[in-house]
Structures are given as C-alpha cells and as structure tokens.
Design a protein around this ligand. Structure first.
Ligand code: SAJ
Length: 428
C-alpha cells in the first residue's frame, strides 16, 4: 500500500488536501496544483473558500491568474467540507498556532484539524503538519490521536512534520527556492514526503524525527528574537554612551564573515518572532530547563515601546504634545497589525496625555482596545501642526522628503533618515 501511495505521488495522480488557506496553505496549494496534482483547499472560513473559487486575491504571494487557470481546469478547488479528506492521499495541515494568555502554546487549531482527519483517516494516507509548534506535538499529540483509529503509523498511514518557511512578500525567496526541512515518524513517511515536495521545492532536507524538525523552525526564529534583542539593548547602551548604534552596526556588517546585521526598532511584532520562541521556552520548561536567553530577549524586545516613549519624553513633555505616529503595521510594507509595537506606542502616548494621530498607507482605520482612529493625510499642513513625527514603521510608500521638509521634529526608530544631517532628527 505504501508502494501504491508512492506511485500515486510520483505519477501525480495523488489527491492532495490542504487544510488552512492562509499565507502558508494557499501558496502551497497553488504550487502543488501548478506542478500537476489535484488539490483541494479546505478552510472553515467560507469567505476564503469563495475567494479561491472566484479567484479573488486575498494573499500576497499568489498570482491570481494562476488561481483562475487552476480553478478553471479543476486542478485547484476549495471547500469547507472536511469529508473531502476521505478521498485524499495526502493531507497537509497549515493552520495557525497562536499563544494563549500567559504565553502558553495554543494548538487547538491543530487539534481541530487532526480530529477532522481522524474521522476520515484510511489506509494509504500521508499526513503532514506544517504549522509551527513545540517539539513533541507530532509524536505526542497527533500520532496518538490518529492511531486511536486502530490504524498504525508507518504501516497504514504516514506522518511527517515539516515547518513552513514562507516569507510573505519576499520575491527573492519564493516558496520553491526555500529548502524544506522534514522529519517523519518513520523513515518511509519522510521518503513519501520527499517524493511529493521534490516536485515543488528545489531542496528537501530530511532530519531524524518530527521533533527535530519542530525544533529547527523554533531555532530559526529564536535566533532572530535574540539577535534583535541584542541590538535593541545595544541601542539603549549606545544612547547612554553617546554612540551612534546605527553607524556601529553598519560598520560591523562590513565584516564578510561571522556577523549578520540586525537593527534596533520600536519592538518586535508579527505572528512568528514574538511567538515561536515562547513555544520552545514553554516545552523546555516542562523538561525542567528554563531558557534565560528566550526570556531575556522577549522581555527586552517587549520593553522597546516604553523605551521609545521615554526617549520622546527626554525631548519634550508629553501632556498636550501633538504627535503623529508614522506606520502602524508590525513591519514595513506588510499589511498586518498583529503584535505591532506601534499599537503599544500609541497606547502609551495616549496614557501620557499626548495628542496622538497616525498615518499609514496600508491601514486607513485603526481599531484596537478602546481606540478607534482614522489615518490622517500625510501633507505639509498636517505635518507642520505636529510637535513630533514618530517614525515607527518605515513603509516604502512614505514621502520621506515631504516629511523631513514639513515636520518640526522627527524621532526616527528605523534610521530611515540614514546619513541625513538635520537638527530636526533624533534617532533611536
Ligand atoms: N525586527 C527588528 N529588527 C530586525 C529585524 C526585525 O526590529 O533586525 C522587527 C520587525 O520590525 C518586526 C519583527 O521584528 O516587527 C519581526 O520581523 P521579521 O523580519 O522577523 O519578520 P516576520 O515576523 O515576518 O518573520 C518571518 C519569519 N518567517 C517564518 O517564520 C517562515 C522569519 O523566520 C523570517 O526570517 C522573516 O519573516 C524574514 O526574514 O522576513
């Protein structure tokens, strides 16, 4: 039966189901369909399913013409009906793994997907989890749930963990150019995974186990969290010591080996970097190991919004100060507010009774907590009215010449005005 499955994967007659049509699942479904598989995307969100069916764009990294062509040919379809899983030869889970309160992993979406798979599990299926999660999720949670059907992994079905590495909007590294790490519960499982993904990704890297693969992804993003924390601390240190942290990092990166630049900022947002390392921290703690690095970096990065506001207070008393926050998404040119430090900066400024407004070409309205703000137009008049313009997210679309010309004072947390000499500008 494994040989039959391998043959169906190799001759592309295998039916593939992708559960979760977000920024990971949809590009993956499209690539597999483009490579010749019949792919059904399953999502609980009817709007997403309709958007795929009607080729309405909602994810950055897919060519809408591809979707139109693939849906028309029948290579790609979408549904909310999980019964499709019964017909699938390959099932790939791409659902969110957020945090609960108290920074604990929330794998409820994975469990919901696995329960659906369990209802339809049959001999000859390959199940793949791509959602970033803590080491042990595949072996300790998914495997027992699926084997509770009486089917045996490695004999009747196959199970692999392979972390998603999609970088939304990164044209230099599209999905097919990003090596894919995978760990199978059994060697045969990994072999079947490789046979499938080799059709869409240039390099598949098989590791010894699912928990090794789960840990690989967490290392990648913990590496970023800690290095961003390092330069955030360096920025505070340099300010105290009268040094220019930006000059220092730029000069350090001339070292052609053994160094990789990271940059200070107003904090670390998004749905990966603040969250993934805490999955590792949580699991290690269950094993009696408290990661000081992860805790320290998380605390340091979380303190940056407060630090930015304290730097502003050094320049001008905040009560009544008119402050325009430029850019509110978690990183430049990405329309995503999740864990954006700008939201905390706005909240803190309001709590200091500053008069805060914001401008962001990607976010016309900003609703969070009890705030309900409308973006102001970025024009000379509005800029000149402000005591401070606080550059938090350095969108490419901003007219930085106009901002420099009409602003009274600029606090630049991203060094967008690198090399610009002006007494209007204060840098993080
Ligand atoms: N940030 C800094 N300084 C830096 C880099 C980032 O303050 O030097 C801040 C950003 O402003 C943002 C946050 O950290 O608020 C996260 O930025 P990020 O560049 O790490 O972007 P993400 O969150 O989109 O991370 C994703 C991750 N991709 C996956 O998990 C598949 C990460 O592994 C990628 O390396 C990253 O994209 C990327 O390089 O774009």
């Amino acid at each position: 039966m494994r040989m039959q499955l391998e043959q169906r994967i190799k001759d592309k007659s295998a039916l593939v189901c992708v559960i979760g049509l977000g920024y990971v699942g949809l590009p993956l479904a499209v690539e597999l369909a483009k490579s010749g598989y019949a792919v059904t995307g399953i999502d609980t969100d009817k709007d997403r399913v309709n958007n795929v069916k009607n080729a309405i764009p909602y994810i950055l990294d897919v060519d809408i013409e591809d979707i139109k062509r693939l849906v028309k040919s029948g290579a790609l379809s979408a549904t909310i009906d999980f019964r499709k899983l019964a017909h699938a030869d390959v099932i790939i889970i791409c659902v969110p793994t957020p945090l609960k309160r108290k920074m604990q992993p929330n794998i409820s979406y994975i469990k919901q997907a696995v329960m659906k798979i369990k209802q339809h599990l049959r001999k000859g299926q390959l199940v793949i989890l791509e959602s970033t999660t803590y080491p042990g999720t595949t072996d300790e949670v998914i495997l027992p749930l699926l084997e509770s059907t009486g089917l045996k992994c490695g004999k009747d079905f196959f199970l692999v963990f392979s972390p998603e590495r999609i970088d939304p909007g990164n044209e230099k590294f599209p999905l097919n150019k990003i090596p894919k790490v995978a760990g199978g519960v059994t060697p045969e499982s990994a072999q079947l995974f490789k046979a499938l993904y080799e059709h869409i990704i240039e390099r598949v890297v098989v590791v010894s186990s699912p928990r090794a693969a789960e840990t690989v992804k967490l290392l990648e993003n913990t590496f970023r969290l800690i290095n961003i924390g390092l330069v955030n601390e360096l920025s505070m240190m340099c300010h105290k010591m009268g040094l220019d942290v930006w000059e220092i990092i730029d000069a350090a990166k001339t070292k052609p080996f053994g160094f990789m630049p990271f940059y200070p900022g107003p904090g670390v947002g998004g749905h990966c970097i603040p969250k993934d390392p805490l999955y590792l921290y949580w699991k290690a703690k269950l094993h009696g190991f408290k990661s000081r690095f992860i805790k320290l970096a998380s605390d340091l990065n979380s303190a940056m919004p407060e630090y930015v506001v304290s730097r502003l207070r050094e320049l001008k008393p905040l009560p009544g100060a008119k402050i325009l926050v430029l850019g509110v998404t978690y990183k430049k040119d990405v329309k995503d507010l999740r864990k954006s430090p700008a939201l905390e900066v706005i909240d803190l400024l309001k709590k200091h009774n500053a008069e805060v407004s914001y401008a962001d070409p990607l976010i016309p309205y900003l609703k969070f907590e009890h705030y309900n703000l409308k973006a102001v137009d970025l024009n000379g008049e509005n800029l000149a009215r402000m005591d401070f313009v606080l550059l938090v997210t350095d969108h490419s679309q901003f007219d930085y010449e106009l901002i420099l010309k009409h602003s009274n004072k600029i606090f630049d947390t991203r060094n967008i005005y690198k090399g610009v000499k002006s007494d209007k500008i204060t840098r993080l």
